[in-house]
Design a protein around this ligand. Structure first.
Ligand code: GAR
Length: 190
């Protein structure tokens, strides 16, 4: 993936399902001089995703797709038409199919709110607290057909205090995610 960019910013789509704080953060990063990506598309599986508002705010094209197998080719065609070369999943709660991932091999990354390989899937903060872990954190990793299992690009550790509950821990980790995601992108696209 290194040298993917050359001098031009790599055309990127961000996939979201919810609030979109990572999306907002990535948009801000993409506008900075040091960024190696530009964000050209926001894709969501639901029209309820709050983060879709950033489409208007930052004048970035958005599109909502039903992520069902029979729809996949339409999504792929749309990404191709928009010359998208890189995909960042940011709070995207659908699992992409093998075929979809194959079409963007090594070019889809995800941010996950745990220290992978610990706590793949959902409710990561609840699990870390329940297990009395001293640390949790966030990971940026390549997306493969195995859920939350692709090669880890970068991680940040966060200390869990005895006062933490799932909500406070999620908040602490999200703050770290906003630093980690751009750093991980710069690590793989220089
Ligand atoms: C983030 O904490 C992200 O790591 C997590 O959802 C949140 C989205 O927040 N992603 C997953 O759990 C993926 N399985 P945001 O919409 O404010 O960026």
């Amino acid at each position: 993936m290194k040298k993917l960019s050359g001098r031009k910013k790599v055309k990127t789509a961000v996939f979201i399902s919810g609030t979109g704080s990572n999306l907002k953060n990535l948009i801000k990063f993409s506008k900075s001089k040091k960024s190696t990506i530009s964000i050209n598309l926001i894709i969501s599986n639901t029209s309820n995703a709050k983060g879709l508002k950033y489409s208007n705010q930052y004048k970035i094209k958005k599109k909502i797709f039903n992520f069902k197998k029979n729809n996949e080719q339409i999504i792929l065609n749309f990404l191709k038409k928009n010359k998208i070369n890189f995909i960042c999943l940011a709070g995207f709660m659908k699992i992409l199919s093998k075929k979809f991932i194959k079409n963007f091999k090594g070019k889809i990354i995800n941010i996950h709110p745990s220290l992978l390989p610990k706590y793949k899937g959902l409710n990561t903060h609840e699990k870390a607290i329940k297990n009395k872990d001293k640390f949790s954190g966030c990971s940026v990793h390549y997306v493969t057909s195995k859920l939350d299992s692709g090669r880890i690009i970068m991680q940040t550790k966060v200390r869990i205090s005895s006062k933490d509950n799932a909500t406070s821990l999620a908040k602490k980790i999200l703050k770290k995610e906003h630093k980690l995601y751009p750093a991980a992108i710069l690590k793989i696209i220089d």
